[in-house]
Design a protein around this ligand. Sequence first.
Ligand SMILES: *Cc1c(COP(=O)(O)O)cnc(C)c1O
Ligand code: SF4
Length: 438
Amino acid sequence: MIYGGPSISDAERKKYSAYTLSNYKDIPQIEDLSQQHLEEIEIAARILPFRVNNYVIEELINWNDVPNDPIFTLTFPNRDMLLPQHYEKMADLLRNDATEEDIQNEIQKIRLSLNPHPAGQLEKNVPEHDGKIIHGMQHKYDETILFFPAQGQTCHAYCTFCFRWAQFIGMDDLKFASREIELLISYLQEHPEIKDVLFTGGDPMTMSAGLLKKYIEPVLEADIRSLENIRIGTKSLSYWPQRFVSDKDSEDILSLFSNVTEHKKHMALMAHFNHPRELSTDIVKKAIQNIRATGTQIRTQSPLIAHINDEPALWEEMWSEQVRLGCVPYYMFMVRNTGAKHYFDVPMARAWEIFQKAYQNVSGLARTVRGPSMSTDPGKINILGVQEINDEKVFLLEFLQGRESKWVRKPFFAKYSPTASWLNDLEPAFGKEKFFFE
Ligand SMILES: *Cc1c(COP(=O)(O)O)cnc(C)c1O
Ligand code: SF4
């Protein structure tokens, strides 16, 4: 391995194997689960995303703590993630040997009721070129364009809370995709306000180095001066750090990253970590080292998720460890209003408390993190805190990103509510009719 450090042992040179509903019973640890539990997994996994791999199974999940283990909850759907009426309906169909067609129709119906494209992602923010809509891209905030490479719309494992689930459970007409890198380049040339291209998915790091190169190199070669940063959004450091250490094209991935920095663009890996355990293995540390050696900066983000990471001490540990390993904490997100939101929800008031408690105990170097932030239709809204003003208890909020740039960093107020967990649960404070952005 050219990117330094002692060479890896054969034990660490793992071959990727994926498990889904069709073969998860081959996982040796599954033998210890009850029949009842397996049935519940199988019913929930009909609706929600389910895919896990040998690294997650062997090195991340603590099987002594199943079913409560946070990484198990993160990757294995469970009964409570479905609403009771949805669970019962599915259980009924499956137990009574309904036809596959009836089952599929019901699955489709339930999924559509779970808001598969929150924040109007599907119809809004789609860019146009020469009067034609460009699929597979999203341009919502002036300075950043999202690009969804067609082959990167899957992940090394799936998160049960994921709002991108519609993209990989076969709801085809809802799928973003693009083979059109030329269109991206023309669009960047026409829009000098764009500073960042963010390759996202799914997980673009599921693509081979060769494919990833086909997307990134033309952008570098086009030599677009206004483009400053290339970002890749990925969960591979958590779910398959081998990607940057011991896969057969790991060196090519790392040289591609070096190539970006050599072209005088900033290369940022937007790494998704949900739990400190994901930072604890030798291989993830090695992966972080290798990536940093290419001049790439790793920034970290995660949603705040009930049953998985809703404890201040855990965030404190996660942010501190990230800084120690040379990563920059970036965002804490509120769980999107999609999928199994009722299960993963953390109310805004509690989210702010968790953020504040963790933030107060970390080094100033970790206080680059912002949040808790809601990615809503008008923009990314940050919860700054709870205050009492003239006897009215209120949330203090601000935009970190706005559909209109002039909204950014403009503080505003909403009536306090102990249960509110999203923008649509809020009302303006001080008797106002509307929020300023409505
Ligand atoms: C979060 C987000 C971005 C990137 O925002 P930053 O604050 O620059 O990280 C870009 N586009 C969309 C649609 C987003 O949700
Ligand atoms: S890795 Fe990201 S895109 Fe993939 S399932 Fe998890 S949250 Fe969704």
